[in-house]
Write a protein that binds this ligand. Sequence first.
Ligand SMILES: O=C(CO)[C@@H](O)[C@H](O)COP(=O)(O)O
Length: 190
Amino acid sequence: MKRFQHFVPNLTLGAPVIKSLRKHTKAYLDCHLMVTNPLDYVEPLGDAGASGFTFHVEVSKENWQELVKKVKSKGMKPGVALRPGTPIEEVYPLVEGENPVEMVLVMTVEPGFGGQKFMPETMEKVCVLRAKYPSLDIEVDGGLGPSTIDMAASAGANCIVAGSSVFGSPEPAQVILHMRKSVEEVQSSS
Ligand SMILES: O=C(CO)[C@@H](O)[C@H](O)COP(=O)(O)O
């Protein structure tokens, strides 16, 4: 097994992958930086054509303002992510600051691996955020699929990250459609 990122700065899915994808698509390329030093990746990812740059609040308490400024200056949308055990209050200053993040990613599993079980207790954070910030983009990531999407959508999440449920399905388009509908239904009823 090879471990990248700390001894060397490479990421398995880093700027070279984004650069290659960008040649073939105009799609929104959402990058979630599960690293301790996100600042080091702003320039390479921006130059490669990333659309969104989400860093973790747990590692950015000292420099989030600088990070947000730099991310915006590279034409990307700044987001902040938090682990299941991190209190939601920690992101408030980043949403309410002079130069705010534009998306909050509430992790619904411990970051690191696909295929984990959705943690329903994280939905309380989504509800609190949605009540406080009606127009904020709220993303959820981990264990999302047809059996969990309604919980996330009704809590107020509007950006859904899904791996196993989509790529493990014989009908990925149907799974995406199902999740999209669930989010749209909540949006049209509120
Ligand atoms: O990488 C992580 C968590 O860090 C995963 O949560 C994937 O982003 C989504 O995978 P599934 O949970 O949908 O398999």
